[in-house]
Structures are given as C-alpha cells and as structure tokens.
Design a protein around this ligand. Structure first.
Ligand code: PXP
Length: 242
C-alpha cells in the first residue's frame, strides 16, 4: 500500500511580503498556524544568510509555537548550525545557498562536499534533529547521501516544473527512479520546489515519496483564495494522486 504523503508548507514568502514594508505583517507564524489548521503536516522555513525573508525571531517563534513539526532549511555554515542546535527543530534540510540567487537553484553536491557535510550531519543528528539533504535526482547524489547516513533526502523538482512534454516526462522518470533507489536503501524521500496545482499530481503519485514541501505557489494563490482553501486544495490533489 502506498504510504501517506505529508504536505510541508513553506511560509518564507509571507515574510517576503512583510519585509517589503519593514512592518510586522503579514506574520509568517500566523500563516503557519493557519496552514496547520487547514491540514498542513509540517511547516518549512528557510533562514537565509542574508535574512531576505525569514528572520531569527521568526525561527524562535516558529520553534516555540507550532502544533506541527518545523523543518528548518539551512545552508552549510557554522552560523546556521549554531541556530539549529539552539532551536532544535524537528528536521533540518541542508540546502546550497548563493547570495545572488533568487531561490535555491540546484541541489547540494553531496558527493563533492562529503567531508564538510559529514560534520554538519553528525552535529545535527547528535542533537536529535532529523537531517535531510536537498539533492538532484541523480544516483551519484543518492549514493553520497547513503555514505553520509542521512535518514532523509529531498529531491529537487525545479527542473521537472520548468520542462514540458517529453522532456518533463523524462525528468519525472529521473525523480521516480531516484526515489525508488533511495527508498530501497532505507532513506525517507521528500520532494519539492516549483510545485503547483497543475504539476503536483504526477509527483504526488510517486509511491516512495513521503513528503512534499511547497511554498511560493501556495502563498501566491492565497492572495486570491485564502491560505486555508489553497492548502486544502493542494492536500486534496495529493490525496487523489495516491
Ligand atoms: N524545498 C526546498 C529545499 C526549497 O529550498 C524550497 C524553496 O525554498 C522549496 C522546497 C519550496 O519551493 P517553492 O517555494 O518553489 O514551492
């Protein structure tokens, strides 16, 4: 039987709108609570080095006040490691981060960065935080994740979301093969980036996936339909796909 697929709602862009005016609203913690009420299974927030959206104070408040697990997205820096160890979120997803990028552009090079990553994965794991690596759906990356003994990987769906037609079908197959390889080796598989109502179903139908993390589209759609209805609709699409 295909297992339940959790929905992690990324609330970064509620903070983007707030920060556009330097005011206190809209509050990402309020959005997180609303998303939880509407059926989100977890909340994801990316504390970027430049603090362009989520702030340290948001992470402190999210860590204290959520009825569902917090997944902290973080770059592999000592500053972020110290913050993760202070707040001890349920999970930490290590992502590559470049200052000039608009969003996380590619997956981590878990093969090339093995030695640096090992220190971060061990420190987070020792603190009881579930470590995840955000990687491309590439067998070499899965093998690197296995060597690092992480319990979770998140597969980057950004390219799948940008492509169309046969190229998109081929990328879907790459994601599905990567999910099967990781799951067969005991790694829990998540996926995310760029997912919308229009492209989520084939991804949600991949039986080995256990969680999708979705942000930008949901927060944008919430302007028109409200966050609760939008989260519920995404949840329904994911359920129908299983
Ligand atoms: N997963 C990871 C690791 C990400 O970095 C992001 C973007 O912050 C997402 C999921 C969500 O992507 P989107 O905002 O495009 O739904």
């Amino acid at each position: 039987m295909t297992e339940f697929l959790r929905l992690g709602v990324n609330i970064d862009h509620v903070a983007t709108v707030r920060n556009a005016r330097g005011s206190g609203f809209p509050d990402p913690v309020r959005a997180a609570l609303l998303a939880a009420d509407a059926g989100a299974d977890g909340i994801t927030a990316h504390l970027r080095e430049d603090r362009r959206h989520i702030t340290d104070d948001d992470i402190a408040r999210l860590s204290d006040g959520l009825p569902i697990p917090l997944n902290l997205e973080m770059a592999m820096t000592d500053e972020m490691l110290a913050i993760a160890l202070r707040h001890r979120p349920h999970a930490a997803c290590i992502v590559p981060e470049k200052r000039e990028e608009r969003t996380t552009e590619g997956g981590l090079d878990a093969t090339g960065l093995h030695n640096q990553l090992a220190r971060f994965c061990d420190a987070l794991t020792d603190a009881g935080i579930r470590v995840s690596l955000f990687i491309e759906p590439d067998p070499r990356q899965i093998e690197a994740a296995l060597r690092l003994k992480v319990p979770v990987i998140e597969l980057h769906t950004g390219l799948y979301c940008e492509l169309e037609g046969e190229a998109q079908t081929a990328e879907l197959r790459r994601i599905s093969d990567a999910a099967a390889l990781a799951a067969k080796n005991g790694i829990e598989v998540h996926a995310g980036h760029g997912l919308t109502f229009d492209n989520v179903v084939p991804i949600a139908a991949i039986p080995q996936l256990r969680e999708l993390n979705i942000g930008h589209f949901l927060i944008g759609e919430a302007i028109f339909d409200g966050l609760g209805p939008v989260v519920r609709r995404m949840r329904n699409l994911m359920d129908q796909a299983r």
